[in-house]
Design a protein around this ligand. Structure first.
Ligand SMILES: [Zn+2]
Ligand SMILES: [Zn+2]
Length: 138
């Protein structure tokens, strides 16, 4: 069993593939439902309005947006930007043209989302490697 610290509450928990503990995961799930319901009743609401209406932090709402779990219905929002070209987007991390571009670069087999996750995983692995090297030096 691998113990990790929850990225949300900092509590140690048994790692099961999520970076948050089960308690925070169910909180997140409830918050997500609230956000989704609010957006359903108030299409085109801004992140601030949603945050005030649901009590869910703006940071968390933006996280849902990044995960493509919710979409901003307004066409011309400036809440989210493509991480590649800064064009405003409705959900996810990249605009359609950048997604197409990335797909072309990576040979269309790997979806950009998976590609990004892969990179993040590599980053954490490197970090852990450095940490264990430090431990050995002591
Ligand atoms: Zn937690
Ligand atoms: Zn773009």
């Amino acid at each position: 069993m691998e113990l990790r610290n929850c990225t949300k509450c900092g509590r140690a928990f048994a790692y099961t593939g999520n970076d948050i503990c089960s308690r925070c995961a169910s909180d997140t799930e409830n918050d997500f439902k609230k956000v989704k319901e609010y957006l359903y009743d108030h299409p085109g609401a801004t992140v601030t309005e949603v945050s005030e209406g649901t009590g869910v932090s703006e940071k968390q709402i933006l996280r849902y947006l990044r995960e493509s779990r919710i979409e901003i219905r307004e066409e011309d929002n400036c809440l989210l930007h493509c991480e590649r070209c800064e064009k405003s987007i409705r959900s996810g991390r990249f605009c359609d043209s950048c997604v197409a571009e990335i797909k072309k670069q990576f040979g269309s087999v790997i979806k950009p989302q998976q590609e990004v996750q892969l990179k993040e995983k590599q980053r954490t692995t490197t970090k852990m490697h450095i940490a264990s090297m430090r431990k050995n030096q002591k």
